[in-house]
Write a new protein. Structure first.
Length: 363
């Protein structure tokens, strides 16, 4: 087992040898490349400019992940599914870093108390909790959650992008809320193929901004895997399909509708994901809670708001090309208001906590 112990000794009292061993679709990997920083790709090169929708056809910088960076029929995910070896990551570290503060402020902390109660009932708490973080990106979920839970924790980070896994591992927390140690293991693989075997010994499954880029079948597979393992799931920041901008503009609703349609391409659930996940987990006997987790963006989040605007409008235009002319004028005005500090944006998300009935296999 490749374990990264963040400065508190090697080994993990909460993970048995071979526990949670992946299927052939997954490959455990330990970071071997030194960090080059979130402003560069895996070879230290600058991230390329992505064409936008403003400026009379001129290119504008849109960070991969903030908006559409693939052609029609391709899914904007964090390499959740197998693809060509040369396929670039969909989400750049820059975008994940830019949104981390807003994500942390938005997550529904009210879901943590029932989660803590469930984790406190583990049959052998002295062995610690094993947390599987799906589509972990640069590890923001672990940085947010691990310091808010008591007890030793071993985090298993899943992603298809080894570069993002590297960031996640080296920037993981070192200790839990009560000072207990936190260790990390990385697994490179396809989380859309998750099974209960992969989650053997799991105490918790987490994910952030993942459900809305899955299909109904993939969410049902996730619910099956969690139910089979008897472990809870904390799945945060699924897009809700609602956006509020102040001051208002007559085009707000039309852009929102086109963006939501873009999110639902190719069978992806987009803004329907939280509802579908709630139904899937409930049908498998879990107690499910949904709570709002909105981004509230003002002048202090101008850089994030700018990137979000470009991606949001860009996706709407990709879905409805006839919007291009009005959308260019709309985006120019919105970016000017953002730069002036007069724009306020609320991007609605939903957090989900599912507490399945424990099974004999649950820890």
């Amino acid at each position: 087992m490749n374990v990264v112990d963040m400065g508190v000794g090697r080994g993990d009292p909460g993970a048995e040898p071979g526990a949670g061993r992946s299927s052939g679709a997954e490959e455990r990997s330990a970071p071997a490349r030194p960090a080059t920083g979130p402003g560069a790709d895996a070879d230290g090169a600058a991230v390329p400019v992505i064409p936008g929708v403003v400026g009379d056809g001129a290119a504008v910088p849109v960070i991969p992940g903030a908006g559409p960076v693939a052609g029609p029929g391709e899914r904007a995910t964090v390499r959740l599914r197998d693809g060509a070896p040369e396929e670039p990551p969909r989400y750049a570290p820059e975008w994940l870093q830019l949104r981390e503060g807003a994500d942390a402020a938005a997550r529904a902390r009210e879901l943590l108390d029932p989660l803590r109660v469930r984790l406190s009932d583990l049959p052998d708490r002295t062995r610690g909790a094993v947390v599987h973080d799906l589509g972990c990106g640069t590890g923001s979920m672990g940085r947010w959650l691990a310091p808010r839970l008591d007890g030793a924790q071993h985090w298993v980070l899943h992603d298809r992008d080894p570069y993002l896994l590297h960031f996640a591992a080296v920037a993981s927390p070192r200790s839990a809320a009560d000072g207990s140690r936190v260790t990390v293991e990385t697994r490179r693989g396809d989380v859309s193929r998750l099974t209960s075997d992969v989650l053997t010994g799991a105490s918790l499954v987490t994910a952030s901004a993942l459900l809305d880029v899955l299909t109904r079948e993939e969410i049902e597979s996730l619910a099956d895997a969690c139910a089979g393992a008897g472990c809870p799931a904390l799945l945060t920041l699924s897009v809700a399909g609602r956006v509020e901008l102040t001051p208002e503009d007559p085009l707000d609703a039309e852009i929102t509708e086109a963006f939501n349609a873009h999110q639902r391409r190719d069978g992806l659930l987009g803004p329907d994901a939280a509802t579908v996940a709630c139904e899937a987990f409930s049908e498998r006997g879990a107690t499910v809670r949904l709570l709002p987790s909105p981004w509230r963006l003002g002048p202090d989040e101008a850089a994030l708001t700018e990137q979000w605007l470009r991606g949001w409008v860009g996706a709407a235009v990709e879905q409805r090309p006839e919007l291009r002319g009005p959308a260019e004028r709309y985006l120019s005005a919105r970016l000017a208001a953002c730069a002036a500090g007069t724009l306020r944006v609320t991007v609605h998300h939903t957090d989900l906590l599912a507490l399945p009935r424990p099974t004999r296999e649950a820890r």
